[in-house]
Design a protein around this ligand. Structure first.
Ligand SMILES: NC(=O)c1ccc[n+]([C@@H]2O[C@H](COP(=O)([O-])OP(=O)(O)OC[C@H]3O[C@@H](n4cnc5c(N)ncnc54)[C@H](OP(=O)(O)O)[C@@H]3O)[C@@H](O)[C@H]2O)c1
Length: 234
C-alpha cells in the first residue's frame, strides 16, 4: 500500500505524534487527511480536514465514520498518561486509561473496519508503547491499558486479515511530546516515529520498534520475570 493517494484519519491530531502524523501524511502525498481531535479549535493544520472526535464518545465516533467514508488508513494515535498506581490510584482515572486505550481504540476499529474493507482493505496503525510489554513504576494503569491495546492489536490483525486490512502496532519508548514533558532522558523525534509507521504501511510490516529502548525490552521478554524486573525491585 502507498501513502501517496491514500485517505488517512488521525486521532489526537492537534499535538504531539498525532500532529506529526498529519504533517508526514501530507508531505508524502496523501490525497486527504482527516485530522481529528476532541477540541476542534485546537486543530490548525493547513491542508488537513478537521473533525471533532473524542474516541471515548461513541456518538462522535459514528459521526466521524459518517463523514470519513473514504478512509483507507486509520491512525489510532490518541492517548493519555494519568500516572496512576493500580494499588492506590484513582479508579476513575484507571478506568479512563482503559476507556481510552482499549475501548476507545476498539470503538474506532469497529466503526472504521467496514469502511476500510469497502475501500479495498487499507491499514490500521495502533500507537502502543513499550509499557505494553514492561510495567514501569508510576505508569501502572497506563501499562495495563497499553498491554490491552497490544493484545487487541494482535487479535484484530487476525480478524481483519480476511478483509485484507493491514494492522500495524507501533512500539515506542520516550518521544518528545507533552506526554513526556519534564522527563529528562533521550527522546524520539515525533516526525521520525510517524514516518517509521508510514514506512511500515508501505512495506506491509506488522510491527514498528521505534527506538533502542523498545528493541532492548522486546529482546529481554524471554527472560524469567525475576530477571526482567531485577533492576526495579533491587
Ligand atoms: N510520548 C511518548 O513518549 C510516548 C511513548 C509511548 C507511547 N506513546 C503513545 O503515542 C500516542 C501519542 O502520544 P503523544 O506523545 O503525542 O501524547 P500527547 O502529546 O500527550 O498527545 C496526546 C493526544 O491524544 C489526544 N487524546 C487524548 N485522549 C483523547 C480522546 N479521548 N479522544 C481523542 N483524542 C484524545 C490528546 O488530545 P487533547 O489535546 O485534547 O488532550 C492529544 O491530541 C499515545 O497513544 C501515547 O500513549 C507516546
Amino acid at each position: 500500500m502507498k501513502i501517496e493517494g491514500s485517505v488517512a484519519l488521525v486521532t489526537g491530531a492537534n499535538r504531539g505524534i498525532g500532529k506529526a502524523y498529519v504533517r508526514a501524511l501530507i508531505e508524502r502525498g496523501a490525497r486527504k487527511v482527516y485530522a481529528t481531535g476532541r477540541n476542534p479549535e485546537a486543530l490548525d493544520i493547513e491542508g488537513a480536514e478537521h473533525i471533532a472526535l473524542d474516541i471515548t464518545n461513541p456518538a462522535q465516533i459514528a459521526a466521524a465514520a459518517a463523514i470519513a467514508g473514504d478512509t483507507t488508513i486509520l491512525i489510532n494515535n490518541a492517548g493519555i498518561a494519568t500516572n496512576q498506581s493500580l494499588m492506590f490510584g484513582d479508579l476513575d482515572l484507571i478506568r479512563l486509561e482503559m476507556d481510552t486505550h482499549f475501548f476507545g481504540l476498539l470503538g474506532m476499529v469497529r466503526a472504521f473496519s467496514p469502511i476500510l474493507a469497502h475501500n479495498g482493505g487499507g491499514a490500521i496503525v495502533n500507537m502502543l508503547s513499550l509499557t505494553s510489554w514492561f510495567s514501569y513504576p508510576g505508569a501502572e494503569a497506563y501499562s495495563a491499558a497499553k498491554a490491552a491495546a497490544w493484545s487487541l492489536t494482535n487479535s484484530i490483525r487476525l480478524e481483519l486479515a480476511k478483509q485484507n486490512t493491514l494492522v500495524v502496532g507501533v512500539q515506542l519508548g520516550a518521544t518528545d511530546t507533552d506526554m513526556m514533558r519534564g522527563i529528562d532522558m533521550p527522546k524520539n523525534d515525533p516526525a521520525n516515529v510517524a514516518n517509521a509507521a508510514l514506512d511500515a504501511i508501505e512495506a506491509g510490516d506488522w510491527e514498528v520498534l521505534a527506538d533502542d529502548m523498545t528493541r532492548r525490552i522486546k529482546s529481554a521478554l524471554s527472560l524469567d520475570p525475576k530477571a526482567l524486573y531485577a533492576d526495579l525491585i533491587g
